[in-house]
Design a protein around this ligand. Structure first.
Ligand code: NAD
Length: 307
């Protein structure tokens, strides 16, 4: 039987702080395929994440038996490449000061301290984004907001491949998550986030070439349909409907619109995306690199709205 088998592999999923987004579902799917999973969590969200875990609120059974367990939970801020890049006021702030070096280099150091100097990872997932001005039209976006979005959401991936590449065993797999706003106009997805996703997709191709030649790693990206995760739900309010009903949020509108207009008229699930990540990370995906794979029920193929 052909199956996704990640037995003996170790994954690092960056961007997990609750069970409502893609990162958690990806961690679960990788664990179900047999991998051990470490996660990287943004320090401002780490306290609540650990509390939820401690209270059993995120207890998750794995198909095939057992429960989801994280081998390590690292404080991780993808905006910083090295500890020197973390501004003093951030380092000393309440949510950061107990965690020490939360940079990407800091994560490499923690991996070495926990698992030794030799490469210890097989799969690295970038499931994070941040755009401080995401609710603003591009025409109203400041330079700071734009560069903040691109830095946190796209350069962070470049930096992760750069710095974690040597920590990944030959034949490893890097994955990131994009959104169709990279290539089509999606009003409401602003603040330079569309530009960040375009950069993420372009970088996928260049990094696939460079990391393939340097280490034999693969680099792919999934362009996912809309999901009401914590991050997406914070993007903003949509316009009120003519019927006087409570205005839908941006992501609720996009879910309904995609459901109504996709070849498969249903919402995507985090599980759809997670299963694709597990496949791409597995030996079954050995021939795929530099690709942006749509997991969106086919929505991207449509050229005309039908509803
Ligand atoms: P999510 O809220 O589950 O995940 C986003 C994570 O990013 C959070 O855990 C947050 O703490 C973390 N984060 C923010 N800034 C960070 C930083 N500087 N360093 C480290 N972590 C940071 O939401 P999600 O929607 O599952 O997002 C995961 C990925 O999926 C993102 O790249 C997002 O753009 C992408 N995506 C989401 C949708 C959607 O509709 N939800 C669609 C397509 C793509």
């Amino acid at each position: 039987m052909l199956s996704i088998d990640l037995t003996g592999k170790r994954a690092l999923v960056a961007g997990v702080a609750d069970d409502g987004g893609f990162g958690f579902a990806i961690a679960k799917a990788l664990a179900e395929a047999g991998a051990t999973v470490c996660v990287g969590t943004w320090p401002p969200a780490l306290g609540i994440f650990q509390t939820l875990l401690r209270r059993g609120k995120l207890d998750t059974a794995l198909a095939g038996g057992g429960a989801l367990e994280f081998e390590k939970i690292y404080p991780f801020d993808a905006e910083y490449d090295t500890f020197d890049d973390v501004p003093a006021d951030v380092r000393e702030s309440k949510r950061y000061k107990e965690h020490g070096d939360v940079s990407i280099d800091g994560c490499v150091a923690r991996l070495k301290s926990d698992f030794g100097e030799a490469p210890c990872l097989d799969v690295v997932v970038h499931s994070l984004a941040n755009g401080p001005e995401v609710g603003r039209d591009l025409l109203a976006t400041s330079r700071r907001g734009y560069l903040g979005a691109v830095g946190a959401s796209a350069y962070s991936h470049v930096s992760m491949v750069q710095r974690l590449g040597p920590m990944v065993r030959p034949g490893g797999s890097f994955l990131s998550l994009s959104y169709m706003a990279s290539e089509r106009v999606i009003p409401g997805y602003g603040g330079g986030m569309s530009s960040a996703k375009a950069a993420l997709e372009s970088d996928t191709r260049v990094l696939a070439f460079e990391a393939g030649r340097a280490w034999g790693h693969r680099v792919n990206c999934i362009s996912a349909g809309p999901l009401a995760s914590r991050a997406a739900s914070a993007i903003g309010k949509g316009e009120a409907g003519d019927d006087g009903k409570k205005p839908q949020s941006f992501v609720e509108q996009m879910i309904d619109y995609c459901k109504a207009n996709s070849p498969l008229p249903e919402a995507i699930t985090a599980r759809d995306v997670a299963a694709t990540v597990a496949f791409l990370a597995s030996p079954l995906g050995a021939g795929i690199t530099g690709s942006v794979i749509y997991v969106d029920k086919g929505f991207h193929t449509m050229g005309k709205a039908i509803a």
